[in-house]
Write a protein that binds this ligand. Structure first.
Ligand code: PMP
Length: 407
């Protein structure tokens, strides 16, 4: 079934906006997605009608807000098919979730000389927390490389794994190359060696049906704002046995059972990992976003984005000097490219003047740029509300830039 994109677009008020007098063409969805009215209204509704600090409160509003927050947890559990709500930890986003695991798992399970494997296409947020662990504990970071098409060289995984490997942390979908990685296969391989796997789902959650039990992921993390939800809220899924085994990340209210100056005991899961007042307005608005996606159907969204991707790749390959960065056969809805020797920032600036929002630069994945020997790319990333007509506008913009730079 195709998407009714016209009707979907009406749900996203910002898409009506004019930029420099031109209709907004928003192709920066991998950085953050726009929000449907229902999500924006849910945030307002929360503050208008249902605002009180959650848990502990006996009064009506506090109980209502607590119920909404815990219902949101159940909503997330269902969305990724986790076994239990105890395995759903609300965080600020992907970055905080990875830092949580790098701290709690890393500090408790890793010793000097132990190894963490990441891939060469990771976002900085799945590199730097492991380097911080390295500085604290003397662990080593090993890197699974990709080939010239941006496909992970899985055959090298066996030789990277050793009896010192403590964790493999890998992106489900690359935010620069678009590659969809075979995480299920990586997890299966890792588990043969009893190594847990963290999947960075920042770029997969909005585009791929995720079933953490089917993947058998030990940790799966994502950000709400990339799936039409608000900023400032994200999720760490962790298998219960891991979350039980590792210590709290931050100390404070909510995460304790009993505090004395001599000894403190910690709350049960998932609260053990949620110190301080949680973003209960964000969590409920995230649940609204997930309902919105459910309603449209993630498979329908994926199909639409794949059509856009194929349309864009076919059309754009006709542009003189076009170079795609990332040619994996299995890819999500984004194109990273360069045209001749036009600097990505110049291309981005010209497109911006035409109302087209693309991202330029290293996309927080500098090692990917280093592998290709480039400074950055131009990235157009698609969402359910994008259209082929918008891709035509992008095409015309690229052609215009090409002519301006005499390429
Ligand atoms: N990992 C990947 C693959 C991403 O694309 C991003 C966001 N660009 C992140 C992690 C970080 O997400 P956030 O900034 O929402 O924490």
């Amino acid at each position: 079934m195709g998407l009714d994109v016209n009707s979907i677009r009406k749900d996203f008020p910002i898409l009506e906006k004019k930029i420099y007098g031109k209709p907004l063409v928003y192709f920066d969805n991998a950085a953050t997605t726009q929000k449907p009215s229902c999500v924006i209204e849910k945030i307002c509704e929360g503050y208008y009608n249902c605002n009180a600090n959650i848990h502990r409160g006996v009064h009506f509003l506090s109980q209502q807000a607590t119920e909404a927050h815990e219902a949101a947890r159940e909503n997330v559990r269902d969305f990724i098919n986790a076994g239990s709500t105890q395995e759903i930890i609300f965080t600020r986003g992907t970055t905080e979730a990875i830092n949580l695991v790098a701290s709690s798992f890393g500090d408790s399970q890793c010793k000097e000389g132990d190894e963490i494997i990441v891939s060469q296409m990771e976002h900085h947020s799945n590199i730097v927390p492991w380097q911080l662990l390295q500085a604290r504990k003397g662990t080593k970071l090993k890197v699974l490389p990709f080939d010239e098409n941006g496909v992970l060289q899985l055959e090298q995984l066996d030789s990277l794994i050793s009896d010192r490997t403590r964790l493999i942390a890998i992106a489900h979908v690359s935010n620069t190359l678009g590659t969809i990685n075979p995480v299920k296969e990586i997890i299966r391989k890792a588990h043969e060696h009893n190594i847990p796997v963290l999947v960075d789902g920042a770029q997969s959650i909005p585009h791929i049906k995720v079933d953490v039990q089917d993947l058998d992921a030990d940790f799966y993390v994502f950000s709400g704002h990339k799936i039409y939800g608000p900023t400032g809220i994200g999720v760490l899924y962790g298998k219960e046995r891991w979350l039980e085994a590792i210590p709290p990340y931050q100390g404070g209210g909510e995460m304790i059972q009993k505090v004395t100056f001599e000894k403190t005991t910690f709350n049960e899961l998932p609260f053990k990992f949620e110190a301080g007042t949680p973003d209960y307005i964000g969590s409920t608005a995230l649940a609204t976003a997930l309902d919105y996606v459910r309603n449209i159907g993630i498979e329908n969204i994926a199909q639409h984005e794949t059509e856009l991707l194929e349309y864009a790749r076919t059309k754009m390959s006709g542009i003189e000097g076009m170079r795609f960065i990332g040619n994996a056969p299995h890819r999500g809805g984004l194109v990273s490219f360069l045209v001749g020797s036009i600097h990505p920032y110049d291309m981005g600036t010209i497109l911006d003047k035409l109302g087209i929002a693309v991202r330029t630069g290293h996309h927080c994945a500098e090692p990917v740029m280093q592998a290709f020997g480039i400074e950055g790319t131009v990235r157009a990333s698609f969402a359910m509300y994008n259209t082929k007509e918008e891709i035509d506008i992008l095409m015309a913009g690229i052609e215009r830039a090409r002519k301006m730079f005499h390429h």
